[in-house]
Design a protein around this ligand. Structure first.
Ligand SMILES: [Ca+2]
Ligand SMILES: [Ca+2]
Length: 399
């Protein structure tokens, strides 16, 4: 068995931006595999850097076994799942990718995600179906890196079992792609202690909705400090947090807002949540706006409100739309141009993937994010980063 892993081992290995980010935030390891705790996962999506810590904690089999008792069943799911579990659980790398994809998924994409897991089409997803995701990932990993030796594997166990394990086992240096010999938090939550549970679309929908709400509440609470409103300025800061603006550009947005907002009503959590759901529908909104953008026309507040309603099914409040225009209407004509809004907000949907540089170099980032050798990742990427494709399409209109 290898000793406690050292990050310097990883320096020579070419990793994607996602892999690097996972490694950076993963604070525990079990049997040489890296895991995030539920708390690590939340931090990785709302913070730029992880909390300072000395080194990764090595979990014992007893600790991992105890997680079975801490993890609530799917029926008891809530928007406090990850916050309540804190460090009492583990999230694997593939699950991290899955959870990230949930965060920016429009409600209309939930059904598609469910059907992708439900391979036999019986409207239930069982653990074996859920694990297909991980098998495909490790399969792609083998193709990319070649077969690995199984020297590290403890071969005392029964032979029949070992063949099955061997088939799926990948002993990568990074410790990201190993076969999970332990039930993770997500597996325990979705399929129960014994792993025999099944989830319906209704369960799955609530799980995804709760996860989105949980992260939004965290972001909101960070600024609201227990109040029921955040200021318009805080709202702008949250929106711009995951965009790729340089510091001076960022300040221009905030100063503009301060000058324009006469009536500080504040933004409620519901307004904030509705707007973030709207951002998850930005693709549809872009399509709705395309006739304006093709004509190189800016849109009015009424047109914005109507298109947002069509795309999400609910109305954004007047004050929220006023605030959005106050933040983004750079030339002050009272209208929003594609370049003023969509081009900037699309970056935000790459939350959790933010690279350390201040600027977002589009081509460089596309290379980093694009993994043609991962067939399954193409599907995830499609839902998570499809905005990039629209960006190319739409951006071409302006040059
Ligand atoms: Ca099924
Ligand atoms: Ca304008």
């Amino acid at each position: 068995m290898r000793e406690h892993r050292d990050d310097t081992d990883l320096e020579n290995v070419k990793l994607t931006a996602r892999e690097r980010r996972f490694i950076k935030f993963a604070s525990v390891e079990y049997e040489n595999q890296l895991y995030m705790t539920p708390q690590d996962f939340l931090e990785s999506v709302v913070e730029q850097e992880p909390r300072p810590r000395l080194k990764r904690r090595v979990l014992s089999a007893e600790e991992v076994e105890k997680y079975k008792d801490y993890t609530p069943a799917i029926k008891k799911g809530s928007s406090h799942l990850f916050r309540n579990l804190r460090d009492k659980g583990i999230v694997s790398y593939t699950e991290y990718l899955f959870l990230l994809s949930v965060l920016t998924k429009p409600k209309s994409g939930f059904r598609i995600a469910f059907n992708m897991f439900d391979t036999d089409g019986n409207q239930r997803v069982d653990k074996a179906e859920f694990l297909v995701m991980e098998r495909i990932f490790s399969g792609a990993w083998k193709e990319k890196h070649g077969e690995q030796t199984l020297d590290d594997y403890d071969s005392d166990s029964n032979e029949k079992e070992e063949t099955a394990i061997e088939r799926d086992y990948v002993d990568d240096v990074e410790g990201l792609q190993r076969r999970h010999m332990v039930p993770t938090t997500l597996q325990l939550h979705l399929f129960g202690k014994r792993g025999t549970g099944v989830i319906t679309y209704d369960h799955f929908y609530r799980f995804m909705d709760n996860l989105q709400t949980e992260v939004l509440e965290l972001e909101f609470n960070e600024f609201s400090k227990g109040q029921s409103f955040i200021t318009e300025l805080d709202f702008a800061k949250i929106l711009l947090r995951y965009t790729y603006l340089a510091t001076d550009e960022y300040d221009v947005f905030l100063e503009r807002l301060l000058q324009r907002v006469k009536d500080e009503k504040g933004i409620s959590f519901n307004d904030f949540r509705d707007f973030c759901h709207f951002l998850n529908n930005l693709d549809d909104f872009t399509i709705a706006m395309r006739m304006y953008t093709l004509a190189d026309r800016s849109i009015s507040k009424d047109e914005f409100a109507r298109a947002a309603k069509i795309c999400t099914g609910y109305s954004l409040s007047e004050h929220l739309i006023d605030t959005v225009f106050a933040i983004f209407d750079a030339d002050g004509d009272g209208l929003l141009h594609y370049k003023e809004f969509i081009a900037i907000m699309k970056d935000r949907l790459h939350r959790g993937f933010r690279v350390s540089g201040r600027f977002f170099d589009y081509n460089e980032a596309l290379d980093a994010y694009d993994d043609p050798e991962y067939p399954m990742f193409q599907a995830w990427r499609h839902s998570l980063c499809r905005q990039l494709d629209y960006y190319i399409d739409s951006d071409a209109l302006w040059h």
